[in-house]
Design a protein around this ligand. Structure first.
Ligand code: DAH
Length: 350
């Protein structure tokens, strides 16, 4: 209470007592509801103060002016005390909310487990990127193939010695059906549907009855096929050199070694200069300085015969690479089976 009012009220002990009681009650109110109850109690129609103010007109002319003046001052002071307490309660409530609802935006977020692409998928995408950059389209074909597409149309007739190169999974009760042993049959499927020029790569899974440190029964290949007018061995070499440099580094060289595949003539195996020793010779390249990465050749005219392409009008090259082998060479993986053991300690490294 301000000092002035206190002094004034001393002249009216009854009012002073009313005021003191109201002020103490208001100060003790801990909630908005308690404060409202105190307001009704001390300023309401039935309050002591209101009754006293209502009695003023009946007072004697000598008492009246002082009682009126002090009564009104006391009421104003109680109202002020109410307003002050209300403000204090509101700001306490706000402080409490601010403290309770506080969010520390500097805390690290909840860790969100992040998956990643398998190294084989990453390698496949990388190979696809390189060839689509050279203008190739991506084509795909079925993993369950017929004998015709997997062998016959690839210039590998029944009884041809090359058929024994592939230890094939056949499908029980289906004389013609097998799991494709390479992506080459999709060459035939593409050429059956499309006229030249054709520039495609064919990624996919293939199956062979092999299992050791460098073979799994399922693995991935990327096939390539380019058919156009006057395609030569030089186009093949330039294309594969561009691929090897993009995949393994700009310093890489390639070399072609004569080989045999039924569906290409001439055929080659392609080596890339060793990315570990730079071609000097080391354990990885068995001191040769070279690592084999794929098979290739010029499309055999007999294959064009199966798809009604004119061998007099077009020539082409084809190649096929093992994706696991490329990934092993690039990342120094020593056992191919690790790709499929699904040991996270291995998978997470890439
Ligand atoms: N299909 C062969 C294999 O799986 C790889 C291959 C060699 C594909 C030469 C070709 C090629 O297209 O021209 O061993």
């Amino acid at each position: 209470m301000d000092f002035d009012l206190k002094k004034q009220l001393q002249r009216h002990p009854g009012l002073a007592a009313i005021y003191e009681k109201a002020a103490a009650d208001i100060a003790a109110a801990e909630t908005e509801a308690a404060l409202e109850a105190a307001r009704v109690r001390h300023l309401g129609r039935k309050s002591e103060l209101s009754r006293m103010l209502r009695a003023i007109p009946g007072m004697s002319p000598s008492e009246r002016p002082l009682a009126g003046k002090l009564g009104n001052q006391a009421r104003a002071a109680v109202e002020q005390a109410l307003a002050g307490r209300r403000q204090a309660l509101e700001s306490e409530a706000l402080d409490r909310r601010l403290a309770e609802e506080r969010v520390d935006i500097t805390l690290p977020g909840e860790p969100f487990p992040n998956g990643r692409l398998h190294l084989i998928t990453q390698t496949l995408w990388e190979i696809e990127d390189i060839f689509t950059g050279l203008g190739y389209r991506i084509a795909e074909g079925p993993e369950i193939e017929t004998d015709y597409y997997n062998f016959t149309a690839l210039n590998t007739p029944e009884g041809h010695p090359a058929r024994s190169l592939h230890d094939t999974f056949f499908i029980e009760g289906e004389a013609e059906a097998l799991l494709r042993t390479h992506t080459s049959p999709v060459q035939i499927r593409v050429m059956e549907k499309e006229d030249p020029p054709v520039y495609v790569i064919i990624p996919g899974r293939v199956y062979r009855r092999d299992s050791d440190a460098t073979h799994t029964p399922m693995f991935h290949q990327v096939e390539g096929l380019a058919v156009d007018e006057r395609i030569t061995m030089a186009d093949l070499k330039g294309t594969l050199e561009a691929f090897a440099k993009a995949m393994f580094g700009a310093e890489r060289q390639i070399r072609l070694r004569p080989h045999y595949f039924p569906f290409t003539e001439p055929s080659v195996e392609v080596d890339v200069s060793c990315m570990i020793c730079g071609g000097e010779g080391c354990r990885s390249c068995k001191q040769s300085g070279w690592l084999e990465i794929l098979g290739a050749g010029l499309v055999d005219p007999n294959v064009f015969g199966f798809v009604n392409y004119e061998p007099d009008e077009v020539t082409g090259f084809a190649f096929g690479m093992g994706v696991e082998r490329i990934a092993m060479l690039k990342h120094g993986v020593t056992d191919l089976r690790m790709f499929y053991d699904n040991d996270l300690r291995f998978i997470k490294q890439f």
